[in-house]
Design a protein around this ligand. Structure first.
Ligand code: SF4
Length: 311
């Protein structure tokens, strides 16, 4: 992969911007932006399964210092939390934002202003958290902000529940992808994906989408300050009582075309939202569960990235 001197969106010409704008406008209403394809008439004010409607809704935007080091750096990641989510994870730690859609509507102009304000505060990047339902607004706002001096890369921070055809249209816009890979391919893992996240087709959607992300960006590239400028990092949160699912995910990565992506193995699970009523999801991870998954990652040679230690 070639190294870039700046974010790839700076290289888009007027015709390319127009094609992107048209694709996302057409995919937005009736909406087919995510694998649910619920076809909500969002331009008429209807809400989709993810709670997204006509306007972009944002729950918060701020400098965030808790991401992996290449994202937060010393000055922070310019994190924009979008309201709603295409998944229905019953253990979601951000459930007021993802499941109850807390947030405020923002016009495209205001969204462009948010990006520019984060850059002015020193953010290393614009970190879009759960942006899929709002890609139309993001692309329109980015074009405005780029014309007004935005010069930092975009990080696409997603549950992984994506359509590969939509991700393909993000080429030239997104430089760094940060997808989850939550569930494996077995019948048991598909049952978990359906019961815990409301998406039995999760694996079949996420794997081609992540393959497309990796095809566009390759492995992680860092600048002289150690900040991510291009690449794909896969996050996996270990769910208590379901280490077999985590091992499946690791095997799927090791056998995939994106095995060169960096891995962020996360142990921070705590029982949020509906999880306190759903054993074994009603507790934290046990040390032996953590060791089993970590050891399997190491055995498979997936050692590029971060293994979050148990508290
Ligand atoms: S992004 Fe939301 S509105 Fe669009 S298809 Fe998915 S669930 Fe429906």
């Amino acid at each position: 992969m070639e190294r870039l001197s700046g974010p790839s969106y700076l290289a888009l010409d007027a015709a390319a911007w127009k094609r992107k704008r048209e694709f996302f406008a057409a995919s937005f209403s009736p909406c087919r932006l995510c694998p649910r394809g619920c076809r909500a008439e969002r331009s008429a004010g209807k809400q989709g399964t993810c709670h997204a409607g006509a306007e972009a809704r944002i729950a918060s935007h701020n400098l965030h210092f808790g991401e992996e080091p290449p994202f937060s750096g010393e000055r922070g990641s310019g994190t924009v939390f979008f309201s709603g989510c295409t998944l229905k994870c019953l253990f979601c730690q951000n459930y007021p934002i993802s499941q109850f859609a807390h947030g405020e509507p923002h016009s495209v102009e205001q969204l462009a202003g948010v990006f520019l304000a984060l850059q002015k505060r020193g953010a290393h990047n614009i970190n879009l958290v759960s942006p899929t339902p709002y890609l139309r607004h993001v692309v329109d706002a980015l074009e405005i902000a780029a014309g007004r001096g935005l010069r930092i890369p975009f990080v696409y921070n997603t549950s992984g529940y994506e359509r590969a055809e939509v991700v393909a249209q993000l080429q030239g816009i997104i430089d760094v992808y940060l997808p989850d890979l939550k569930y494996g391919p077995s019948a048991e893992a598909r049952r978990l994906a359906r019961e815990l996240s409301g998406a039995g087709d999760y694996f079949d959607s996420a794997v081609p989408a992540i393959a497309e992300m990796f095809r566009q960006t390759g492995p992680l590239q860092l600048d002289g300050e150690g900040i991510a400028v291009r690449g794909t990092v896969i996050r996996h949160l270990i769910i208590p009582g379901h280490t077999g699912n985590s091992v499946e995910v690791l095997h799927a990565i090791a056998a995939s075309p994106f095995r060169g992506a960096w891995l962020s193995l996360m142990s921070q699970y705590f029982p949020a939202h509906l999880a306190p009523d759903r054993p074994p999801c009603d507790r934290r991870l046990l040390p032996e569960e953590w060791r089993r998954v970590r050891d399997e990652a190491l055995r498979l040679g997936l050692d590029e990235g971060w293994f979050q230690e148990l508290d």
